[in-house]
Design a protein around this ligand. Structure first.
Ligand code: UT7
Length: 336
C-alpha cells in the first residue's frame, strides 16, 4: 500500500422510490403488449414512477438524508457531493448543487454531477475513492438518481416497458481502523458504440442561421444490440474485477448488479456459478432505475435482510456511453 494512503469506509447507504406503481397490465392501456411478454423477456412486473412535480432531485434528497443518518455524518461535515444521473431534471445547476442547498449546507463545498448513465454509482465511487485515498477530501456523499419516466416515449413499447424512477445514496469517509472497504474498482467506456442508447437535449439554432434537425428528447435504445454487447463482455469483466482484488468468485457473498434485464443478470450468475440467494434482484418491482439501480438494490437488500452485513459484494453497472464498471466492496455492520 502507498505511503499516506487513506483507506475508504462505506459509512452509510440509503434509497428512495416514488409511491406511484405502474404494472405491466397498466401498460396494456397504452399499447399492445402483455404482462407475459414483458415479464418473460425482462423479469419486470411493475415499476415506480414520479408523479406531478416530484422529480429525481426530491428522490435523491430523500436517499441522501437516509444514507447520511446511517453514516453518522452530518450534512455540514461533508467535503464533497457527487450526483450521478443519466438525465438530470435540470442540466444546471447540477443535482449535487440542489442537494447541497436542500441539505442546508452553507459552506461552499464542491458539488458536481457525473453522466455515466447506469454505471453512475461505480463512476462516482471511483472518483470519491481517489479523493479519499489521496487525502484531498474526507466525507463524500454520492447520490445516484433518475426520473427516466419523464423522458420516455410512452408510445414506444421497446423502451417504455423497461424503465422506472428512483434514487440511491452512499456516504464514503476515511476508514479509522485502516481497513479499505472498496477492495477493487474499475470503470470503462466505449464511446464508439454510444448510439446504442441516447437522449438528445431539445434546442433550436439561432433564427438567423440554418435550422438544426429537430430532436424529440426521448430515450432511444437499440435493446437487442445492448443486450448482445452486455452479455458478451460483462460476465468475463466481472471475473477480472474479482481477480484484481486477489479473490475468487466463491470468496464473495453477493452479486448486486444493475437491474436492466433479469436474463442479463442470470448470464452473470451462471458464469459465477452463484445460487439465487447470492444474487440481489428487485427488477420485478422497480424495472431499470438507471443510475439508482445498484444503490437501491444494495440498500434495500440490507434493509430487507437479503444482504447480511459483515459480508462482501460485487457491485456492477452498465449503460449509455456505453459505460460499465464494477467494484468489490466490504459491507460493514450499521451501513443501513
Ligand atoms: O440500462 C440500459 C440497458 N439496457 C438494456 O439492458 C436493454 C437490453 N435489451 C433488452 O432488455 C431487450 O432487448 C428488450 C426487452 C428491450 C426487447 O427484447 P427483444 O427480445 O430484444 O425484443 P425485440 O425488440 O427484438 O422485439 C421482438 C418482437 C418484435 O416483434 P416482431 O418484429 O418480431 O414481430 C417487437 O415488435 O417483440 C415485439 N415487441 C413487443 N411485443 C409486446 C417489442 N416490444 C414489445 C412489447 N410487447 N413491449
Amino acid at each position: 500500500m502507498r505511503e499516506n494512503y487513506i483507506p475508504v469506509k462505506i459509512a452509510g447507504v440509503g434509497y428512495s422510490l416514488p409511491e406511484t406503481v405502474i404494472t405491466n397490465d397498466d401498460l396494456t392501456k397504452l399499447y399492445e403488449t402483455s404482462d407475459e411478454w414483458i415479464y418473460t423477456r425482462t423479469g419486470i412486473k411493475e415499476r415506480r414512477l414520479v408523479s406531478g412535480s416530484e422529480d429525481a432531485m426530491d428522490l435523491g434528497l430523500d436517499a441522501a438524508k437516509k444514507a447520511l443518518e446511517k453514516s453518522g455524518i452530518k450534512p455540514e461535515e461533508l467535503d464533497l457531493i457527487i450526483a450521478a444521473s443519466s438525465a438530470p431534471p435540470q442540466l444546471y445547476p447540477a443535482i449535487a448543487c440542489h442537494i447541497q442547498s436542500r441539505l442546508g449546507i452553507e459552506t461552499d463545498i464542491p458539488a458536481f454531477d457525473i453522466t455515466a448513465a447506469c454505471s453512475g454509482l461505480i463512476y462516482g465511487m471511483q472518483v470519491a475513492k481517489g479523493f479519499i485515498n489521496s487525502g484531498i477530501y474526507k466525507n463524500i456523499l454520492i447520490v445516484a438518481t433518475d426520473n427516466n419516466s419523464r423522458y420516455l416515449d410512452w408510445t414506444d413499447r421497446g423502451t417504455s416497458i423497461l424503465f422506472g424512477d428512483g434514487a440511491g445514496a452512499m456516504v464514503l469517509t476515511p476508514s479509522s481502523d485502516g481497513i479499505e472497504d472498496i477492495l477493487s474498482i474499475d470503470i470503462k467506456a466505449r464511446g464508439s458504440i454510444g448510439a446504442l442508447i441516447y437522449k438528445d437535449n431539445v434546442g433550436k439554432n439561432c433564427p438567423l442561421v440554418e435550422p438544426c434537425p429537430e430532436h424529440d428528447g426521448f430515450i432511444h435504445m437499440n435493446g437487442k444490440e445492448v443486450y448482445k454487447f452486455v452479455v458478451t463482455i460483462l460476465p468475463q469483466y466481472i471475473e477480472e474485477i474479482i481477480a484484481k482484488a486477489g479473490l475468487k468468485a466463491e470468496d464473495i457473498d453477493y452479486l448486486i448488479p444493475h437491474q436492466a434485464n433479469l436474463r442479463i443478470i442470470q448470464a452473470i450468475q451462471e458464469r459465477l456459478n452463484y445460487t439465487d440467494e447470492k444474487v440481489i434482484t428487485n427488477i420485478k418491482y422497480y424495472g431499470n432505475t438507471s443510475a439508482a439501480s445498484v444503490p437501491i438494490a444494495l440498500a434495500e437488500g440490507v434493509e430487507k435482510g437479503t444482504v447480511k452485513l459483515g459480508s462482501t459484494a460485487i457491485l456492477c453497472g452498465f449503460g449509455a456511453g456505453m459505460t460499465w464498471g464494477g467494484a468489490i466492496v466490504r459491507l460493514r455492520e450499521g451501513i443501513c
